[in-house]
Ligand binder design. Structure first.
Ligand SMILES: *Cc1c(COP(=O)(O)O)cnc(C)c1O
Length: 449
């Protein structure tokens, strides 16, 4: 009975897979504030040429730089596990596999993109990167990349997380990054929001505005985003490319692939390489799982919206709850961004990817069951994908169908124990983000959209 399916370092992917090559239609382009396709110049103010090229590329395979692959070897290829003990607890005939991305130095999948992003910026002569972070994993991952590749990192951390997750802040500082609670009074965007609402808990959209403003204003500084954009989805495909080989080692192929979805990067990472098979005619379900309190894919609309709160970024065609959406503080599980990856959104709109939303108590129950059977305490984000997988495995137990289920364990929850504490204390409530509030936020969409 094999538990871990391991690839040697020589099997580390040499190329990223670009899903654009297999989409049924070309992705709608980003637009400028005037409603016309955004010029590459607008992107060049905050991103290096290497990443812009990837952002607009339709090439199926893009080579991973050798220095990036060498750094990846610190934790990649990551292991694929068969969840024997979870299967047993569920009395399911389903075969459950999880790809364990928690083995990276920061404990999540995010260094898969922070390392190449820092590398391409360094190639372009950039000295500093500004970024936002919500729960702190992205800030940690970029701090790590800055440390390994010699770039200064400044992180605008959503205030509510800054207060709730002090150890994420210390971790970023351990890797040499500067960290501020956002909104700050260091930027015009931050000051504008503090003036209107001094007690704001902050949001990812606000923190993005601050980081982008800084990157636009300084020639030595670029901006880095941990999810949503096409080049981020591209970088994360190392997850699924490895998983495909590992499923073959297990003599199996998934009937369904599950990933949690905030901005969409870990879902894209595990699912896109299997989409390549689907595009070639193979049957496989790809399921993106989000919280009911931030239901971007299931309740948002597919349209052009800004990536940040104050309208500094180009407009992206994506599922959105409206760029001024501020997620409820009651929600403990991450995945709080108002939008979603344009590539994932396009696939959901084309009904090639399924989306579902799960309430938070069920996600923590799934996290606990996983921790108590498989031993790893999952990140609250990952528990969404686990909960969906467990629902499917239970369905298999009822019908007697032996399906093969693959799930991305996007990270561990060692820095999120305060969320588990709230669950243990019975403080968490299921919460559907009110349809009224969504309607209100959507009323502020850019007018020509
Ligand atoms: C950031 C993060 C996510 C969500 O990112 P996506 O871009 O939506 O995939 C999920 N899990 C963990 C552990 C994370 O750190």
């Amino acid at each position: 009975m094999t538990t871990k399916f391991l690839l040697p370092e020589s099997e580390l992917p040499t190329h990223w897979y670009n899903v654009v090559a297999d989409l049924p239609s070309p992705p709608p382009p980003p637009l400028g504030a005037d409603g016309k396709p955004a010029t590459l110049d607008a992107l060049a103010a905050i991103f290096p040429p290497g990443l812009i090229e990837q952002e607009v590329s339709a090439e199926r395979w893009i080579a991973i730089p050798e220095e990036v692959r060498e750094i990846f070897k610190l934790w990649r290829p990551s292991p694929l596990y068969r969840a024997h003990r979870l299967e047993k607890a569920l009395k399911t005939p389903a075969r459950i596999y999880y790809k364990n991305e928690s083995v990276s130095p920061t404990g999540s999948h995010k260094p898969n993109t922070s390392i190449p992003q820092a590398w391409y910026n360094k190639q372009a002569g950039i000295r500093r990167l500004a970024t936002e972070t919500g729960a702190g994993q992205w800030g940690c991952s970029l701090a790590l990349a800055g440390q390994l590749l010699g770039l200064e990192i400044r992180v605008y951390m959503v205030r509510v997380s800054y207060e709730q997750k002090p150890y994420r802040r210390s971790m970023m500082q351990t890797w040499g990054a500067e960290v501020f609670a956002s909104p700050t009074n260091l930027t015009a965007a931050g000051r504008q929001i503090l003036q209107k609402n001094p007690d704001t808990p902050g949001s990812l959209g606000i923190a993005i505005s601050e980081a982008v403003e800084e990157a636009i204003g300084r020639a030595d500084t670029n901006y880095a985003l941990g999810s949503v954009l096409n080049h981020v989805m591209l970088h994360q495909t190392v997850i699924g490319l490895e998983a495909r080989k590992q499923m073959a080692l297990a003599n199996d192929y998934p009937d369904a692939v599950f990933g949690c979805c905030g901005g969409g990067s870990n879902f894209a990472g595990i699912a896109f390489p299997f989409f390549a098979d689907k595009a070639a005619g193979r049957e496989v379900r790809l399921v993106a799982v989000e919280p009911t309190s931030c239901p971007t894919l299931t309740k948002g609309i597919y349209t052009y919206d800004f990536g940040d709160a104050t309208g500094l970024t180009p407009l992206l065609k994506m599922h959105t709850l409206g760029h001024d959406f501020v997620p409820p503080g009651i929600h403990a599980g991450g995945l709080r961004y108002h939008g979603a990856s344009p590539l994932v959104s396009q696939l959901v709109d084309a009904q090639l990817v399924e989306a579902m939303a799960i309430p938070q108590i069920e996600t923590f129950e799934a996290g606990l069951l996983f921790a108590r059977t498989e031993g790893i305490v999952p990140a609250p984000e990952s528990t969404h994908a686990l909960a969906a997988t467990i629902r499917e495995a239970k369905r298999c137990a009822e019908t007697g169908q032996s399906q093969s289920l693959l799930v991305c364990l996007s990270g561990h929850g060692h820095f999120d124990m305060s969320s588990y504490d709230r669950y243990f204390a019975g403080e968490l409530r299921d919460y559907d983000y009110p349809a009224e509030a969504i309607k209100d936020s959507l009323a502020h969409l850019p007018k020509f959209a």
